[in-house]
Design a protein around this ligand. Structure first.
Ligand code: UD1
Length: 459
């Protein structure tokens, strides 16, 4: 047996355990930032909320090191969603212990089993110990989160450097937190702005307060290229300094000092504003308390999936992003792809995007975590993009090649709020994080088709 934890359950029991907690799940997926919580007496019993997830494959994996209560963890909030699950997998492959927090509102419990299986397979092949994977099916905004953070902390006595007085404070085994649990649909955000602000903004504020209480100040935030707003329309690769939150002093080549003020223009929807506000809040928090090390990663267009074809993007609602829509067409759930706009000033008239393989995005998180632990200082931003622009039609062609069949298209009007070109400048991430993309759009398409033909077509 790969796990020695007392909370380890057999997979057969595991399914039953999860079913037992459905009632809790349905109540915990509501928004609680308005004040109420389903848990009047918060409790996390191993039977209900906490699993090591063994799998048949894991039984053959090298033995897991026994827990002595001092192991460090990375907490991944929203760790079973599309980017979250790939990041959890990469963290495990890199040897990190992971605590996944997810309320399954936009993901499935089978993802956990698949992540565990793929990580175990990796460990077996490379003959390395399997890191610990813990799963808590809770809403990160519920009171259960406090109980969970407390479980991984202890009270220690330290001497305050200024006053010389003894103080009691928490010391956590959670070495860093990656926060994916935000809503991301542009259309939904226009229809339900308060829901978006409540989760993406109020939820973030409450989470930061909770983390601060437990002295966890190493934080990675999922941001988006959407924060550049209409600056994307300049048609140039977007640089991190195109959006800053505080005044910056720069020096030109002649040695003259210039002061750059923050400016923002053309945020296209409530979703974009929640990401902007999120970043601005984080920048202020880091400014006020220099112990915080915060990285906001601005994603361009994550696509593709793990080459195993076991993990993919399977949102619960109606997809609106290009690749999930293409998946539906390939599956036969949609007759054709509506191409939004064929009159953009680009090489084929369709919009240009910076598509990036989701595993590259996942590896970007690990690079950011490592950098933040060693060199992080206050609030920092990095683009996660490839630096290569691909048109919508070129993306469609890659998928057609991978699938060996034609994808029916209809050229329709531009989608409101879209920009013609959105491509990352990759310099800062390459220089500071030592990270750049490894995979091409061809690989993204091949891996997506592998997933569609293996999994999605059968469901
Ligand atoms: C969108 C959001 C962005 C968000 C990102 C991730 C908008 C305006 N922007 O980015 O804020 O961070 O998703 O959730 O929605 N396309 C089609 N037909 C389709 C779907 C898409 O032609 O059915 C085109 C779009 O017009 C666009 C490109 O494909 O030109 C990429 O679209 P999408 O995958 O939705 O990503 P973004 O618009 O770049």
């Amino acid at each position: 047996m790969s796990s020695t934890s007392s909370s380890c359950v057999d997979l057969r029991d595991h399914v039953q355990d999860q079913d037992l907690s459905e009632e809790y799940l349905s109540s915990s997926s509501r928004d609680y930032s308005a004040g109420s919580s389903p848990l009047t007496t918060p409790a996390l019993s191993d039977e209900e909320f906490d699993f090591d997830v063994p799998s048949e494959d894991a039984l053959l994996a090298p033995t897991q090191a026994p827990a002595d209560g001092s192991e460090k963890y990375i907490m991944v909030i929203g760790g079973l969603g599309y980017i979250g699950s790939h990041t959890t997998l990469e963290l495990l492959r890199e040897g990190h212990n992971v605590i996944v927090v997810d309320n399954l509102s936009n993901s499935y419990k089978t993802v956990l089993k698949n992540v565990r299986m793929l990580a175990a397979h990796h460990c077996k092949v490379n003959n390395v110990p399997m890191p610990r994977l813990r799963f808590f099916r809770i809403d990160y905004r519920s009171k259960a989160m406090h109980v969970l953070l407390e479980r991984y902390s202890k009270l220690v006595m330290t001497v305050d450097a200024t006053s010389g007085k003894q103080v009691v404070s928490y010391q956590s085994r959670i070495a860093g937190v990656i926060h994916f649990a935000a809503y991301k649909s542009v259309v939904e955000s226009i229809q339900q702005p308060l829901r978006y602000y409540r989760n993406n903004v109020c939820g973030l504020v409450n989470l930061l307060q909770e983390l601060e209480r437990f002295n966890i100040r190493n934080f990675i935030f999922s941001s988006s290229a959407t924060v550049y707003g209409s600056k994307a329309n300049a048609g140039l690769p977007l640089k991190e300094e195109d959006l800053i939150h505080h005044q910056v002093k720069t020096q030109n080549e002649a040695g003259e000092t210039a002061i750059v003020e923050p400016t923002i223009e053309g945020l296209s929807c409530p979703y974009a504003r929640t990401k902007y506000f999120g970043e601005a809040i984080l920048a202020d928090v880091a400014e006020a308390d220099p112990d915080w090390r915060i990285v906001a990663l601005r994603y361009f267009n994550p696509v593709g999936c793990d080459p195993s074809g076991v993990l993919g993007e399977s949102p619960r609602g109606e997809p609106t992003n290009l690749f999930p829509v293409l998946t539906q067409v390939l599956k036969g759930d949609r007759s054709n792809l509506n191409v939004f706009g064929s009159d953009w000033p680009t090489r084929d008239g369709t919009a240009i995007r910076d598509f990036i393989h989701v595993l590259d995005v996942a590896r970007g998180h690990i690079a950011a975590l490592n950098w933040n632990s060693k060199k992080g200082n206050g609030f920092s931003t990095f683009n996660l993009g490839s630096g290569t622009g691909t048109t919508v039609l070129e993306a469609v062609r890659s998928l057609e090649q991978a699938a060996g069949r034609e994808i029916p298209l209809a050229l329709v009007d531009r989608r409101p709020g879209d920009v013609g070109m959105c491509v990352a400048s990759t310099e800062r991430a390459a220089k500071e994080l030592g990270w750049s993309t490894r995979e091409s759009i061809t690989k993204c398409a091949a891996d997506l088709w592998n997933y569609v033909s293996k999994v999605a077509l059968r469901s």
